[in-house]
Ligand binder design. Structure first.
Ligand SMILES: O=C(O)CCC(=O)C(=O)O
Ligand SMILES: [Fe+2]
Length: 210
């Protein structure tokens, strides 16, 4: 178990079904069927019963930048505990470094415009978000359903589009090999055009969450 919030290609690829996207600019991995349809429906139910408008760190003046709803998933719920443990076992990262697992719901027209998950080191809010747990290291996101139309995650710099699929995981390293934030992780949750989209996200930090 890794105590620095760090995973690796070797660790992730040791699990059957994990694939690496070929790119020298970014460490990006996918795994289909990481969660079962039953686990996905249980998580959708939790998101449906407890969500609020999403927010962003470092507000940029665009009220339409992130229009989804967010759910702080209850850690004591069995399926949430299972997912946290499964992601820790996949990544090799100590769950103490995990932020609380979050769910997102996107309705038709909702999106999260192009952004990176790390906090800008020079930003106003850096200390507020990172003083205790440090920077975000890895992101793991799981799609909980098939969206009728739209809702893909687009990695603009490497020109990769990931389509939502029940139980499919994507994960990436937010830093470059030298440890600095990697701008090639820029991604856009494209607007849903028909249906709804549900995802959960696990962000890991350099130090224990708290
Ligand atoms: O919903 C997606 O496809 C991406 C979500 C995302 O990038 C985020 O919540 O940081
Ligand atoms: Fe993101």
């Amino acid at each position: 178990m890794n105590g620095s919030g760090e995973s690796s290609a070797e660790q992730l690829l040791s699990r059957p079904g994990v694939q690496r996207f070929p790119s020298s600019r970014l460490d990006l991995f996918t795994a289909r069927g990481f969660l079962s349809p039953a686990q996905c429906s249980a998580l959708i139910e939790l998101i449906e019963t407890n969500h609020r408008p999403s927010t962003i760190a470092d507000y940029n003046g665009d009220d339409a930048f992130r229009t989804s709803s967010t759910c702080d998933l209850p850690q004591e719920h069995a399926v949430v505990a299972q997912v946290v443990a499964a992601l820790s076992s996949l990544s090799g990262i100590d769950p103490a470094h995990a932020e609380p697992l979050q769910g997102q719901r996107y309705e038709v027209g909702q999106e999260f415009k192009a952004h990176t998950d790390y906090f800008e080191p020079a930003s106003h809010d850096f200390d507020r978000y990172c003083a205790v747990p440090g920077q975000r290291t890895w992101t793991f996101m799981i799609y909980l359903n098939e969206v009728e139309a739209g809702g893909a995650t687009r990695f603009k710099v490497i020109d990769k589009l990931v389509q939502p699929e029940t139980g499919k995981l994507i994960g990436w390293n937010n830093r470059k090999p030298d440890g600095n934030p990697n701008p090639s992780t820029l991604h856009h949750a494209m607007p849903v055009r028909r249906g709804r989209k549900y995802v959960i996200t696990q962000w890991y930090r350099e130090r224990p969450w708290g």
